[in-house]
Design a protein around this ligand. Sequence first.
Ligand code: CZF
Ligand code: MG
Length: 221
Amino acid sequence: MAGTPAVRMLPKAVTFVTGNAKKLEEVRAILGTSVPFQSLKLDPPELQGEPEDISKEKARMAASKVNGPVLVEDTCLCFNALKGLPVFNGFANLFVLCLEILHIWMNRKWFLEKIGHEGLNNLLKAYEDKSAYAMCIFSLALGPGEEPITFVGKTPGIIVPARGPSDFGWDPVFQPDGFEQTYAEMPKSVKNQISHRGRALALVKEHFASANYTIQNDGSA
Ligand SMILES: O=c1[nH]c(=O)c2ncn([C@@H]3O[C@H](COP(=O)(O)OP(=O)(O)OP(=O)(O)O)[C@@H](O)[C@H]3O)c2[nH]1
Ligand SMILES: [Mg+2]
């Protein structure tokens, strides 16, 4: 039957768990007061696998640590040329395997530290296709043992030589479609409106606006 969903009591406000201060800054700016949350700086292990599985597993681990409702996210920058692979000769499978491994590594935070912005551009040197997309998967687990709900945001763009401040990851080399500036060059308010994170959080906001969550205490504990 359609109508207002049943009230779901949450023992405390949702905790956004991340070890990344820049993510937290953006999440704060995007959510404002639309979703009441507190934050916890915890560096979750860098899991391997499909982004959605990583995000869900982060949420499960965080929910048991916090013993309450949590929101986590996993972000990746995906290069289309490395997925749309040319199939050639008997080495193709080995080539595909190497690229799969590379794809997994690329989305771990130490990869950028090692390879740098120039290295990210060099990865695409052999390809005409410089297109990429930034993807963010938020997972909300309402408590330990609860199946996480996911919210995906994607922004298409291209990889360019670095431009703009280097204070957040690969922002200087990602230029979203329809813009002449890289994420790093544009005002934060513009990035947050069109970014992978902004799009995923729009879905999180919609979810909170329609779900009937009631917080038992004010979350200050
Ligand atoms: O230029 C960027 N613009 C962004 O908008 C953005 N969002 C995330 N990242 C980086 O992508 C890697 C993903 O790793 P990631 O999702 O596991 O994050 P993390 O380990 O830093 O934090 P967390 O897992 O504790 O939440 C890390 O190097 C992050 O710094 C970004 N870089
Ligand atoms: Mg991480």
